[in-house]
Design a protein around this ligand. Structure first.
Ligand SMILES: Cc1cc2nc3c(=O)[nH]c(=O)nc-3n(C[C@H](O)[C@H](O)[C@H](O)COP(=O)(O)OP(=O)(O)OC[C@H]3O[C@@H](n4cnc5c(N)ncnc54)[C@H](O)[C@@H]3O)c2cc1C
Length: 401
């Protein structure tokens, strides 16, 4: 259920092993929160932008394996996702941010501490603390007053490691997986309910009831919480799911009228960052990419009234670039009906062990998706890993005769 990275990875692994698979996908495309398109629309000829997931980061071994399998190449972005110049604060260098992040990571903490609590206790200049807090808030798509301080351990590297994108767009991987699966993928086929028991389930869609032996459920967290399973998921699972939090994010892209170097700038007050980066041929792609992370940041951008307010703010912050403001494309995720948010955030509401409670198989149901990925949650790599994990669980419990 779901043709995002997790559902597709699960389906390909099962087909490889000889299982008979159907992939139910509500949208008219595969990829879910991975969505690559030319900046001038689906049939355009402009540079490809990532309207959802962008960066292939350090440790993405599974994703690299999948890309190799389907003959897809990575392009080095020529900048680092991990390091950004702070805008709107006085004299805060990349090194200041890196040092403060190291102090934050080493500071004494309790399991219920939020990033904001620990940041307020450590001895760093207020401007540097604000820049580090903004960086963590933006990347985690949620406010630092609620984010668990442990996010610094896996999302918080401030070291200039290389970062990549799939050369032909990240969604190319989803498309390649779907091409391999062929007619097994049913687009525009939302599952509206599942009746399940230990040995099988009935999947109901607008047009049919399909009887299946097992289901891998990969729908995003807000959907999973409300999905009409019959019987319902046990209370303990619902309680663990309710303690999980979906973060929010929005993206803006606009064309550059003149060539520019690579860059990465974080607006500390606005809680968004923007960057220019290289493509497969090593030259800088003529696009300014922007990512606003956290509900607070997105609500300030007034995206309901179009791209102008965000574009004008970018023109102010990036006065070094010659921007084509009229080309601005905005993508919001809180109002995407099949995502209802960006990705899960690790907050202080979550209890240790929650993820293993709602990720464990239940009767004929198996659970995958970035929200089940533990330290890889929120990421493409996490989605892919959980798809393969859920497929392996299914295969071990239901071996082929
Ligand atoms: C703006 C943004 C930026 C991001 N940046 C990065 C990044 O730089 N690097 C990174 O690694 N990750 C990033 N991510 C996160 C990454 O996109 C996700 O972690 C990953 O794509 C999630 O995959 P998934 O398979 O778990 O879920 P999804 O991709 O959401 O797939 C679930 C699928 O289920 C379908 N579905 C929902 N309900 C039903 C139903 N009832 N019936 C049938 N189908 C249904 C949905 O349409 C969807 O296709 C970003 C995400 C966003 C939104």
């Amino acid at each position: 259920m779901g043709a995002g990275f997790s559902g597709l990875a699960a389906a390909v692994d099962l087909v490889d092993a000889g299982y008979d698979v159907i992939v139910f996908e509500a949208r008219s495309r595969v990829g879910g929160r991975v969505w690559s398109e030319p900046i001038d629309g689906p049939n355009g000829t402009g540079p490809i932008i990532e309207r959802g997931a962008e960066f292939v980061l350090d440790g993405y071994d599974h994703m690299r394996g999948w890309l190799d399998r389907f003959g897809l190449e990575l392009a080095n972005t020529g900048m680092s996702y991990y390091e950004r110049d702070a805008y709107g604060v006085d004299n805060v260098s990349r090194a200041d941010m890196r040092d403060a992040a190291a102090v934050l990571a080493a500071a004494p903490r309790s399991v219920s501490d939020a990033v904001g609590d620990v940041l307020a206790r450590i001895d760093v200049r207020p401007d540097v603390a604000a820049a580090v807090g903004a960086r963590i808030q933006v990347s985690s798509a949620f406010g630092i007053d609620q984010l668990n301080v442990s996010v610094i351990d896996h999302a918080g590297s401030f070291t200039a490691l290389p970062s990549f994108r799939v050369a032909t767009g990240n969604q190319s991987l989803a498309k390649a997986m779907a091409a391999f699966l062929g007619e097994r993928v049913r687009l525009e086929t939302a599952v509206s309910s599942i009746e399940w028991h230990d040995h099988g389930a009935t999947m109901t869609t607008d047009s049919a009831h399909d009887d299946v032996d097992a289901v891998i459920v990969t729908i995003p967290l807000p959907h999973l919480r409300e999905f009409p399973f019959a019987p319902q998921l046990p209370d303990e699972r619902h309680e663990a799911l309710d303690r999980m939090t979906m973060g929010n994010a929005a993206k803006a892209h606009m064309l550059l009228k003149a060539s520019a170097p690579t860059s990465a700038v974080l607006s500390v007050k606005d809680l968004f960052w923007c960057w220019t980066c290289t493509g497969i041929d090593g030259s800088v792609v003529p696009v300014l990419n922007t990512f606003a992370g956290s509900p607070d940041s997105v609500s300030r951008l007034d995206t309901e009234n179009g791209p102008r307010s965000w574009a004008n703010r970018l023109a102010e912050i990036r006065s070094d670039l010659d921007l084509d403001l009229d080309s601005t494309v905005i993508t919001t995720w809180h109002d995407d009906p099949w995502a209802r948010g960006a990705y899960t955030a690790d907050t202080v509401r979550q209890l240790p062990g929650d993820a293993s409670i709602f990720s464990a198989p239940l009767g004929c149901l198996y659970f995958a998706g970035e929200h089940t990925a533990g330290e890889w949650s929120g990421l493409m790599e996490g989605a892919l890993r959980t798809g393969s994990r859920a497929a392996a669980e299914l295969m071990s419990q239901k071996p082929l005769a």
